[in-house]
Design a protein around this ligand. Sequence first.
Ligand code: FAD
Length: 552
Amino acid sequence: MAAHATLPFSCSSKLQTLTRTLSPRGPLHLRRGFIRLPSLAAFPRFSRAPHPSCRHISASAEASNGASAEGEYDFDLFTIGAGSGGVRASRFASTLHGARVAICEMPFATIASEEHGGLGGTCVLRGCVPKKLLVYGSKYSHEFEESHGFGWTYETDPKHDWSTLIANKNTELQRLVGIYKNTINNAGVTLIEGRGKIVDPHTVSVNGKLYTAKNILIAVGGRPSIPNIPGIEHVIDSDAALDLPSKPEKIAIMGGGYIALEFAGIFNGLKSDVHVFIRQKKVLRGFDEEVRDFLAEQMSLRGITFHTEQTPQAITKSNDGLLSLKTSKETIGGFSHVMFATGRKPNTKNLGLEEAGVEMDKNGAIVVDEYSRTSVESIWAVGDVTNRINLTPVALMEGGAFVKTVFGNEPTKPDYRAVPSAVFSQPPIGQVGLSEEQAIEEYGDVDVFVANFRPLKATLSGLPDRVLMKIIVCATTNKVVGVHMCGDDAPEIIQGIAIAVKAGLTKQDFDATIGIHPTSAEEFVTMRNATRKIRNNTASEVESKDEVVTKQ
Ligand code: FAD
């Protein structure tokens, strides 16, 4: 999600630092934060039996340090926020280490606010899951178009019913909320409904009731951030876009990040007239340059209009209810919806952090050390609220590492090397490791293998779909340091490739792997000739357009 580029909270510069940690030259190096190993001696040894569901755990796992003496605190851990990171940490602390854990979460509402949220958090209720369901729903139109070349004809054009999609999506979300509730209960974690606020380093208040804990974990995530310009009351954010009463006829989407592009694909697939407005020249700041260009071109070919280098200035609503958007360059009217996907902000307002002495950065993100500890000894933070890499699997990893550190007697830093991520645009992107630009900056000498081809399916569908695949290799070690793909199934394919990149495999290892034929993915093990050999960022760059694979 997500991860080496324009992620939520505009963390791309941070990510460039993080992704560079793939370097064999240096250790993991977080840009901010203060390194302080939790002193194991400072914690009393764990003495309580683990939750009944895992009484079988070994004696060494029980040698934990985050528990309090009986009666000293109400809980060993109090977690604020039951999203990806909070639930993972609470569950593991209780089931793996027998800690007494409570978690608080606000009541459910479709749109997150200071008073509403819901079990499961952003990923389940307003992010990954509902978004992907809508991506699935919207992809059919392209497949209908493709099908003609394979002999399919339709008496009438297939019709889409938005309300069926939204109702089915909501039923599924309710099911998932139920699963989260059971998971929390089965783990022996006390669930408290309400908004948590820190009162002091060991006390949280929820609905006016005070709870004490030896450790407090802040896992409150983030919310959409929208600039305050005239007419902003007429716009929607990604929360609202996932639950609209009717499908937009014509929508303006502000932002060139992954969320903006995913929604552009969804509405375009459902046959809305989609206009994307971006401040910069290109979409997906921080991603590989070639991938940025390729995706924008493919999305344009599918009918999305991009308006570049434009800043939104005002929105006006006319008597017919339609919206006009004034930007730094033009005014366009006739929109049924204007959506802002211009970043997200950590949920740290009115959380009692200033009073408790928890340090935040200028964007309101909680500053943590490499072990997710805040500037207050007993308070920890994981997930989007810390604005490291804002993706669900990363929040899960941070939650797990926190538990090992605090309750498992095993200080553990989250490992940010080679975090793979996807953009569920249409076509989608999958990527792991460094972009070409980052690799050149990091290593100087880099070999780049590029395949840009027409996939087999397009030969019969007749559509102008293409696939882009890139392997980036450190020329000195021959290690593959970045792999990128834009095309059908890219996220699924890159998940597998990420294992190879994380394991530090070389280009020879890729070459020695047998392909699966006929697939697009086989290209990753058959790219023999470097498209570019870049040497020390200097004039000795060798580029041969002829070597770019053009499979037909
Ligand atoms: P969250 O999941 O946001 O959970 C925080 C919880 O804390 C919320 O439930 C909130 O209600 C609660 N809370 C807040 N304040 C309080 C309080 N004071 N008291 C009690 N509870 C509180 N990531 C991916 O990996 N892949 C994707 O495809 C992807 N797609 C996304 C699409 C969209 C539209 C969005 C917005 C995000 C997407 N993400 C994706 C990012 C992913 O959702 C987040 O990285 C992840 O949810 C972060 O988990 P978290 O635990 O930090 O916070």
